[in-house]
Design a protein around this ligand. Structure first.
Ligand code: ADP
Length: 411
């Protein structure tokens, strides 16, 4: 089965075509046949990059007015012989589409086959994901129009893994009416990644998912920590939106909310400006004034002695440490800490800083292993005497979406 996995952002479309073979699926036997990235949708100079695995990329700069036009470009490329995708001669070879959907609210607690009612539900959840849910929906509508209703579509929600949180973990200390009237509560994100990590950890450790007790740290441009007990989420760091929790590339993470009132009063910032400040101008970018990219910061701090880059790194690592400590207390210990995401998988510096001075909690890193770990496969980086296992596992959200799509459409 060939599954088109789509991730439609506010001005981007990312895709992969994944071939899933039922006999091989348990052994990561799926193959990515092609992938691509369409950016700056809505502009005259949208960037298009699409590539069949093992072939030269197709690149173009062209006007793309909306998501439908962008998806049309992808589908035309797939349909044309020029794409040279192995085993795909035309659109008829695409059997199903899996969509990453940001916000599923309290309604969507697992992946679902898309129908009219589901589309309405995704639209209703747009109040909490105003930039992403409408884009996700546009992607679904475009695929319906261009591929026809016979090709099944599945929605996989970034929030669904976290629906098992208890009220004491997901409620804010606000008047209860805020929850009742507006659904204001913590929903959590990166659920597809944390779910993948849970399954992968079970597979590697040769145990059942229901026996997995870990803290999963997804550290990328967006960052979140997730406390997983018996294979289920009991707490996570992101909240109503992906802003809360860890310090991120451009998001501030945890913040005294009064600061927003202060800035509105003192600097006269309106809602839109405050929103941009905390989501786009903060995090390690805002603190360092240099970059949101961890590689640039490590370079500036370690090689050039830049103090603000160092401060941003120090704050980033300390915040992660703080959540690890909190979750260890909340869960009465765990079996392992798992690093994933672009930073978690690649930055031995961040991993070492997060795990340093944690012997009291039973965490001892093997520095040599941490420094020499192969990037693509990951592995254990804790020392033999460490009470907790510390591991790195590469995440694969697209694969998780493809697996859900296969499972739901095979029926
Ligand atoms: P997204 O959240 O958009 O999926 P990724 O998971 O790809 O992002 O993570 C992007 C982050 O990973 C960037 O901050 C980047 O600096 C960081 N990163 C990638 N490679 C390295 C590396 N070798 N060392 C340190 N950080 C890295």
């Amino acid at each position: 089965m060939n599954i088109l996995v789509l991730n439609c952002g506010s001005s981007t479309v990312k895709f992969q075509i994944i071939n899933t073979s039922s006999e091989l699926i348990k052994n990561d036997g799926e193959r990515c046949l092609a992938s691509g990235n369409l950016e700056k949708i809505g502009s005259q100079e949208a960037l298009v990059t699409m590539k069949a695995t093992g072939k030269e990329p197709y690149k173009d700069v062209r006007p793309l007015s909306d998501h439908r036009e962008a998806i049309n470009v992808v589908l035309n490329w797939i349909d044309s012989g020029e794409s040279q995708i192995e085993g795909i001669n035309s659109l008829a070879d695409i059997n199903a589409v899996g969509h990453r959907v940001l916000h599923g609210g309290e309604r969507f607690v697992q992946s679902v086959i898309v129908d009219e009612d589901v589309m309405k539900g995704i639209d209703e959840c747009a109040v909490w994901g105003p930039l992403h849910n409408p884009a996700n929906l546009k992607g679904i509508q475009a695929c319906r129009a261009l591929l026809g209703e016979k090709v099944p579509q599945v929605a996989v929600f970034d929030t669904d893994f976290h629906h098992t949180m208890a009220p004491e973990a997901f409620m804010y200390g606000l008047p209860y009416e805020c929850y009742e009237k507006h659904g204001i509560r913590r929903y959590g994100f990166h659920g597809t990644s944390h779910r993948y990590i849970t399954q992968k950890f079970a597979e590697v450790m040769k145990k059942d998912v229901s026996e997995v007790n870990i803290i999963s740290l997804h550290l990328g441009n967006g960052c979140s920590a997730c406390a997983i007990r018996n294979g289920k989420c009991v707490d996570t760091s992101m909240g109503l939106t992906p802003l809360e929790g860890l310090l991120m590339g451009t998001r501030c993470g945890d913040l005294d909310a009064s600061i927003l009132c202060f800035l509105a009063e003192k600097d006269g910032l309106n809602f839109q400006e405050l929103n941009t400040l905390i989501n786009k101008k903060s995090g390690v970018l805002g603190v360092s004034g240099i970059s949101s990219d961890m590689r640039d910061l490590e370079n500036a701090a370690v090689n050039e002695g830049n103090k603000r880059a160092q401060l941003a790194l120090d704050m980033f690592c300390m915040r992660v440490k703080k959540y690890v400590g909190a979750y260890l207390a909340e869960m009465n210990g765990t079996e392992a800490i798992v690093f994933t995401g672009g930073i978690g998988q690649n930055s031995n510096y961040v991993r070492e800083r997060v795990c340093s001075n944690m012997e009291y909690l039973g965490i001892v890193l093997d520095k040599e292993k941490n420094n020499t770990l192969p990037r693509s496969t990951g592995g254990v980086i804790s020392a033999p005497e460490s009470k907790l296992l510390v591991t790195v596992l590469p995440t694969n959200e697209e694969l998780m979406i493809a697996r859900d799509t296969l499972r739901l459409t095979e029926k």
